[in-house]
Structures are given as C-alpha cells and as structure tokens.
Design a protein around this ligand. Structure first.
Ligand SMILES: Nc1nc2c(c(=O)[nH]1)N[C@H]1C(S)=C(S)[C@@H](COP(=O)(O)OP(=O)(O)OC[C@H]3O[C@@H](n4cnc5c(N)ncnc54)[C@H](O)[C@@H]3O)O[C@H]1N2
Ligand code: MOO
Length: 404
C-alpha cells in the first residue's frame, strides 16, 4: 500500500523513462495529428528578403517625387524566383508580386495607380509615394532564431506551411498512443444467470479518446484465469498502455494481478491509501504500463481521472509533466473530515457566485455510484487526517477527458 502522492510520483518517474522512446521523425504532412516533440526555431526569417506586395513598379521615392508628372524611365523587369540587379539611378523597374525588391528601390506602386508617359512611368494623379510602400520587409513576419512552435503542440494543417517554409522535411513527433481497455467479470457474459451491463470500458473509451490516442476495447466475460491471460496478452501486444477494470480485489475470481504476475509483470505500486480506489494498482510488463482500476464504476472513473488521464496527456507529449494536481480554487460549502489513514476524494459540484467558485458535496452511495458523476463537476481531495470546514478555501480537480 502506498500513499496517493507516492503513487503519482512513481508514475511520473515511469513517464520520464518512457517518453524519449516514443519519439519518431515524420514529414510535416504525415506529422499532422501527432504531438510535436521538439521546439521549432526559425532558421530563416520570413520573408527571407524584401519582397514586393504588388504587381507594379519599384523606384526610389526621392527620384519619383523629383520626376513629378514626367515620371521615371522603366528599365528591367523582376518576377518571383529571380535575383534582380541593383536598381540603376534615376529609373524605375517593373516588378511582380512576390519578387525581390532590387537593391536601391525603397517603394513599389501598384500598376493601376500609375500613368504611362511614353516609355516613362509616373504616379497617377492624386497618388503619393512613401518609403516602404507595398514592400514586405525581410523578417517582418518573424526573425531568424524566433521560437515558432513549442513542444507539445498538436500539429494540424496550419503548421504544415510553416514547417515547409523553414525547409523542414522531417519533424520530431511522439507516436500516437495505443491504449487497450479490458473489462473482466463473468457477470458480463450474455449467458450469465444474473447478467450485468458492462459499463466501464465504454466510459473509459469516452473519457480517453482523442486525436492522439487510439483505443481498443475488450471484455473477458468469464471467471477463467486462462481466458483472462489470453485477453491480457492480446491487449499488451497491441498497446502502449493497458487499462483493466475489476478483478483486482481479494475474491476468488479476482485474477488480474496474479495473471499479470505470471506473465512476468512487475509491480509499480499495489493498493493506494485513498478512498475510493484503494485497490488501485499499476504494473509494468516490458515497456507496457498496465493500470488496474477497481471494478466499481464510480471508483474506476475517479481512478481514471486521477491517474490515467494525466498520465496519457503527459505520455502523448502534450504536457511537460503530469498535471493531476492543478485544481480550480474556491470556497467549500460543506464540512468534511477525512479518514486518519487515507486521502479521501469527494464528488463535488461547483457554482460561480460572481466572485468565486463555491463547492458543494454531491451525495454518493459509494464507489459503485454512477449517478453522482453526472451531478459533479470534479473531485475534491481531503488529505488523511485533515478536515474541511465551511468557508475554507479549497481546490477542485475538474473532470476532464483527453481533449484533442
Ligand atoms: N474482502 C475485500 N473485499 C473487497 C475489498 C477489500 O479490500 N477486501 N475492496 C472493495 C473495494 S474498495 C472495491 S473497489 C472492490 C474492487 O474489486 P474489483 O476491482 O475486484 O472489482 P470486481 O469485484 O470485479 O467488481 C466490483 C463491482 O463492480 C462491478 N463492475 C466490475 N467491472 C465492471 C464493468 N466493467 N462495468 C460495470 N460494472 C463493473 C462488478 O459487477 C461488481 O459489482 O472490491 C471490494 N471488495
Ligand atoms: O476503493 Mo473501492 O474502489 O471504494 O470501491
């Protein structure tokens, strides 16, 4: 049996072992939907040169002003993809959108705002010229060395042009997580004398699914340890993380832990001094982490929120660390005394009174309660041996899924 904080610390250490191995290199297009494992700094500024924003004429403002209605002779033509000669003194050159500004020119006027005077070009009546007009200066979008993308960014179509602009043919990303969820219990067999509806794997899939997590669900609907082993082997083969529910207490059909042990799994922690969720156990089989959640749906939900969600968010690369302990702060509307030897987790609802959150205890009949989950907004932690009084400032861990 370990303390709740010890269990979380053991998971964090495991996470740091596993994270570096999950990095792969993909082309920007293939990397969409993956989580970025590196920070991306600009290698080149954008634009990488002074560029014309219009089809028109480039010139020196001073010379154009002096030329007035006579205009400047047109010499040369610059299109995108060419490197122009410097602009000769006293002339304008024709330029297209996206072309480099010839050295010496300091403004561009759009074609439709000019007047032809023989082979000269002048500003149309009422059009003024100012330095920098219609020029996209080198680095005006970003400079070389600037941070463009943070690690942990979930890549999508918006990031593709940015990466390609920077000449990136590959980026470091985290592989999508494969998670297998396994329920067990003979009560879920169709032919069971007193059959029950299997709830937990559906609840867990709804909680854990996201763009960066692939989930498979299974049920071993029997009391046979051998059948359970077969199902577990199948899960471990196809997943980075396995989540089991039920079968971890001390009943004669609670085979999950002995079966995992005979498969060669080692124990990260076995039982946590918390309520509910006391039987919560985490095993490791090779590189696969196996979360063994209690079967009671309320306890399974709470343990998944406290242990599995933050672990998967962090293992998918989306957060620098496990964020299980960032609560929303507010005022308790109720008094509660914890157990002397266990951290208690309570379902609470939150109300905003215009200034602060106020938390109320949601009545629950215990760890099998699924209705209380729908009335609660999150979980309040009360440490072993502590009491909460009405009016105390306390934190609530808001229920969360895996999001994107
Ligand atoms: N002698 C003891 N008995 C129990 C202890 C104990 O310390 N000593 N702990 C109790 C606690 S706390 C819990 S929680 C449960 C956990 O037991 P299991 O994880 O082995 O869960 P099961 O026995 O398989 O199931 C318990 C309960 O939940 C229902 N269940 C299970 N899986 C699902 C599912 N996928 N969908 C819906 N409902 C599910 C199952 O039908 C049972 O009603 O043990 C206590 N006992
Ligand atoms: O600890 Mo159990 O998970 O209360 O029901």
């Amino acid at each position: 049996m370990v303390a709740y904080d010890t269990a979380q610390a053991l998971l964090t250490a495991t996470l740091h072992d596993l994270l570096p191995e999950r990095v792969e290199s993909l082309a920007p297009l293939q990397a969409c939907g993956h989580v970025l494992a590196e920070g991306v700094q600009a290698r080149t500024p954008r634009p990488d040169a002074d560029i014309s924003a219009m089809d028109g004429y480039a010139f020196r403002v001073g010379e154009m002003e002096q030329a007035g209605a006579l205009g400047l002779p047109v010499q040369g033509y610059v299109a995108a993809g060419t490197r122009p000669e410097p602009l000769a003194p006293g002339v304008a050159c024709e330029i297209l959108t996206g072309a480099r500004i010839p050295q010496g020119a300091d403004a561009v006027v759009a074609r439709e705002r000019t007047a032809r005077v023989g082979d000269h070009i002048a500003l149309a009546e009422g059009v003024g010229a100012r330095t920098g007009m219609n020029i996209r200066w080198a680095g005006e979008e970003f400079a070389a060395g600037q941070c463009l993308l943070e690690p942990g960014t979930v890549l999508d179509w918006r990031h593709v042009p940015l990466l390609l602009d920077q000449g990136r043919t590959a980026v470091q990303v985290y592989s999508p997580l494969r998670v297998s969820v396994l329920a067990n219990g003979a009560e879920f067999a169709c032919q069971a004398e007193d059959g029950r509806t299997e709830l937990n794997t559906h609840m867990l899939e709804a909680m854990l699914r996201s763009a960066t997590v692939q989930i498979t669900r299974q049920t071993s609907a029997s009391d046979s340890a051998d059948e359970l082993e077969q199902a577990l082997r199948h899960c471990v083969e196809q997943a980075d993380v396995v989540v089991t529910t039920g079968g971890i207490s001390v009943g004669q059909t609670d085979h999950v832990l002995p079966v995992l042990q005979r498969m060669g799994a080692t124990c990260l922690f076995r039982r946590v001094s918390m309520r509910p969720g006391k039987p919560m156990t985490v095993m490791k089989l090779g590189r696969t982490v196996v979360f063994c959640l209690p079967g009671n749906p309320g306890a399974a939900a709470l343990c998944a929120q406290l242990f599995v969600v933050p672990f998967l968010v962090a293992l998918s690369g989306r957060a620098p660390a496990m964020q299980a302990s960032i609560p929303v702060m507010g005022i308790s509307q109720f008094a509660y005394r914890s157990l002397p030897d266990a951290t208690c987790f309570l379902p609470v609802s939150a109300e905003w009174d215009g200034e602060q959150a106020r938390f109320s205890l949601v009545p629950s009949v215990g760890a099998s309660d699924i209705q209380c989950l729908t009335r609660a907004g999150g979980i309040m932690r009360v440490d072993a041996g502590h009491a909460v009084q009405v009016g105390d400032r306390v934190g609530m861990l808001a229920f969360s899924g895996l999001g994107l």
